[in-house]
Design a binder for this molecule. Sequence first.
Ligand code: ADP
Length: 497
Amino acid sequence: MNVMHLASPKAAATETAARPLLIDGKFVPALSGRTFASHNPATGRLVAHVCEGDAEDIDLAVAAARKAFEGPWSRFTPFERQACILRFSELVDQNFEELAMTDVLDMGVPITVSRSRRQRVLGLLRFYAGACTAIRGATTPDSLPGEMFTYTLKEPVGVVGAITPWNGPVVHTMWKIGPVLATGCTMVLKPAEDAPLTAIRLGELLLEAGVPPGVVNVVPGFGHTAGAALAAHGDVDKISFTGSESVGRKIIDASQGNMKRLTLELGGKSPDVVFADCDFKAAVQGAAMGVFANSGQSCTAGTRLLVERSIFGEFVDAVSDFAKTLKVGDGLDPDTQIGPLINRKQLDRVTGYIDLGEREGARTVSGGRRLTEGAYGDGFFVEPTVLAGVTNDMKVARDEIFGPVVCAIPFDTFEEATTIANATSFGLGSGVWTQSLATAHRMAKAIRAGTVWVNTYGGLDPAVPFGGYKTSGIGRECGLEQMEEYLETKAVIMKFA
Ligand code: ADP
């Protein structure tokens, strides 16, 4: 087994052999022999070639996952699965610099950000390790006639197909691997074609940690081929998907054949509501980074900035001034705060929406341009952009742009803020900035979204469930709620002799 690592950008640039698929514990090429290239979105340079899995590779991977599910893995006790996760977590810790660097090269995240994810990733794995031994059924009091004993068993749902996006490879991959290992499921992981390298490396670390062959299979490839084949596969019991709403709908359609269980974490157009009594400075920075972090390529980004009218002008100017201080650049530069967008399609989408916003009547207060000077010209860089003069019915305020663009909208009353906040088809994240405990609690109750951040934005905790209302998704990731998504409940109703 020889998977070449991205120890340094130099090594990455000189590598030519394609990264393989991981099926049944072996690193193999795609049956078609095809490969695709992964490029650094900051420089346009080749990072690596990757074997391109398709439906026939998915078939092999699903068969391996089924065999592992019914084989030795099914006899692993919760404590043995826990030991595997803890060994994996140690290896992730030891190799974290390489994983962080891989994400920088593959999808452009600033190195300081990707390094800072270490504790979050390790925390996730430790949470899942604990969750292994927290799975339990229940007994119920006698309600049927006769001498009866009734209890429930929690059993792994089976073979899971996991399809991940490119916007946070190391974290998203853990969100999929963790519950699979914790509950005793097995999986076929189809990482995003734009950032597949971290998942392949994690597959190798899982084997090193003693996770049996076939428990986690990794098949990089494209969405409409490998992804679609996995979503429709008759021997996959569940799909866990993170990505766009439009693909989420396709996953729902594809699941019908064998009625797969689904966890879907989709898009958002999250409201971030700023009341006049907020801690002004903290709210400015929090609201700005709530949308500009990860170049706005985050499903929870607080893209609709609702500001109480009495401070609207001052607040929007302060967010714009703050945005101008952010250093946009290549993620390898330790001073970079905002990296590039992932690819040309996303660049065109984001700049297209900025133009559309102006045509709809919005005013660009700051940013608004693609950066092309010097080295910027090789990548997909867009300035952090603040749009004012936006109304909630404009397309820029309704559609998920997935870029560093925030739409500022004024409000006069609590009721109006709530109405605007909820006037969206999405319901993933939301924020409230206020020093009034009563306003904070009322708003937390009134907003229809899976997460409400109060006087902070975007932090996630492994033990706290995360997911969406409305078209933002189905089910939850993280927390014990996530475990339930990977378990079936069996009722045993027993009559004494
Ligand atoms: P994004 O816009 O963030 O790239 P997508 O929803 O397009 O999000 O992609 C997220 C993941 O879904 C990727 O791994 C992609 O390959 C996969 N995907 C795209 N189309 C399909 C499809 N038709 N069926 C299954 N997976 C798909």
